[in-house]
Design a binder for this molecule. Structure first.
Ligand SMILES: NC(=O)c1ccc[n+]([C@@H]2O[C@H](COP(=O)([O-])OP(=O)(O)OC[C@H]3O[C@@H](n4cnc5c(N)ncnc54)[C@H](O)[C@@H]3O)[C@@H](O)[C@H]2O)c1
Ligand SMILES: [Zn+2]
Length: 355
């Protein structure tokens, strides 16, 4: 049995964001402090931070929000701002935002003057349980997601759940999908607690231990395999299909939240797990039912299967035209590196997407 540490290095739950941030910043002994927001986090989250009184000499930059802006132009804006304000290797960047912002800001900090410190203050559920933890940073480039990036841990990650109050339901559900995934791959009890959680009421105090458990699971898996040689692929459960759904949606100019794509992906990858690893059909059905009740009908049709398989074919992890999929032996137990023939994928897709 893998043991979980009591404390997770670098990731903390904050009950007072201003004093915790003050502590985290003073530990770095930074000569200059920069805050990075996007339009929405500046509007909704910045007012919860007493930047003017606590950090009167700091600098703030506001980027455009949205995944389409996780790009080189915005990265250049951050680098230019650093230049303009005289940032150096001993300066610090505080990223206040969702995964778009923590990925881009983390990358900007890692690359400026060969690397300055950065602290992540995630403001979406997805960033709290996933994007801001684990050290992956980067931007989209040439039409490809996360094409340019680097793995480096943030100096600190401060999770302050009151930021979630202003988050819309779709983004909330999107982050919740990554929590469901954490339960499915590594903790059946977390899965049970999550499916009992009332997403209409969104009681944040009940969510807090579930967020923390999800972070622990990510942390432990990343610690076993930081460079994604094997076990870290557990976190990709649902994602082989999800990336195909996201690529197709991008091509059709239809927005699909990442977590929704992951949730639909978990339905297909569970069905494959029944065939390949003997996951019980009852557990697979339960996953399908839970996903349907939160994320609705899967918005793809039988005539899109070929295109979706084409997208899966380009995945870096494949081998000899077989597609590499993380699967479940049972709820709470993952197995990585399952190579699947395309015709099996096609059969499962036809079954699930039949009219
Ligand atoms: N580095 C990793 O390990 C990792 C893991 C998973 C996802 N990601 C990346 O994360 C990104 C998706 O993250 P996301 O879903 O957080 O997207 P996001 O950062 O685009 O945030 C979603 C939307 O919510 C808004 N927002 C953020 N916080 C808010 C708040 N408290 N109140 C109101 N609105 C708020 C944002 O402005 C944005 O419009 C993708 O780019 C993905 O590639 C990275
Ligand atoms: Zn994901």
């Amino acid at each position: 049995m893998k043991q979980f540490p009591d404390n997770i290095m670098g990731v903390r739950l904050s009950s007072n964001i201003n004093s915790d941030l003050l502590d985290a910043i003073s530990v770095t002994k930074a000569d200059k402090v920069f805050f990075l927001f996007d339009e929405n986090t500046f509007q909704y989250c910045q007012p919860l931070l007493n930047i003017r009184s606590e950090f009167p000499d700091s600098f703030s930059l506001i980027l455009k929000s949205g995944e389409e802006n996780k790009n080189l132009d915005q990265l250049r804006r951050v680098w230019d701002y650093f230049e303009e304000k005289g940032a150096g290797r001993n300066s610090l960047l505080v990223n206040v935002g969702g995964g778009m912002l923590t990925d881009l800001g983390g990358f900007a900090a890692c690359t400026f003057k060969r690397g300055m410190s950065f602290i992540n203050v995630p403001t979406t559920l997805l960033a709290m349980v996933d994007a801001s933890v684990g050290g992956k940073t980067g931007i989209n480039y040439g039409g490809l997601k996360n094409e340019i990036g680097i793995i480096r841990q943030a100096n600190d990650v401060l999770i302050y759940v009151p930021f979630l109050e202003s988050l819309d339901q779709d983004n909330f559900n999107s982050g919740f999908a990554e929590m469901l995934k954490a339960g499915l791959i590594h903790d059946a009890d977390l899965w049970t607690r999550l499916i009992e959680y009332d997403l209409d009421i969104r009681d944040i105090s009940l969510l807090l231990p579930l967020i923390w458990r999800s972070v622990q699971i990510k942390h432990v898996i990343v610690a076993i395999d930081p460079e994604e040689k094997a076990d870290r692929r557990a976190l990709n459960f649902g994602h082989t299909f999800a990336h195909a759904f996201e690529s197709l949606s991008l091509k059709l100019h239809e927005h699909l939240h990442h977590g929704y794509a992951v949730a639909y992906g978990m339905v297909f990858e569970s069905a494959l797990s029944v065939i390949r690893l003997g996951l019980s059909p009852e557990e697979s059905d339960q996953i399908k039912e839970v996903v349907g009740s939160i994320y609705g009908t899967i918005p793809f049709a039988g005539n899109e299967i070929e295109q979706l398989i084409n997208f899966m074919r380009s995945d870096k992890k494949n081998d000899n035209n077989r597609i590499n999929i993380t699967m479940l032996e049972r709820i709470g137990k993952y197995k990585v590196n399952n190579y699947v023939e395309e015709n099996m994928i096609k059969k499962v897709m036809e079954e699930i997407l039949k009219p």
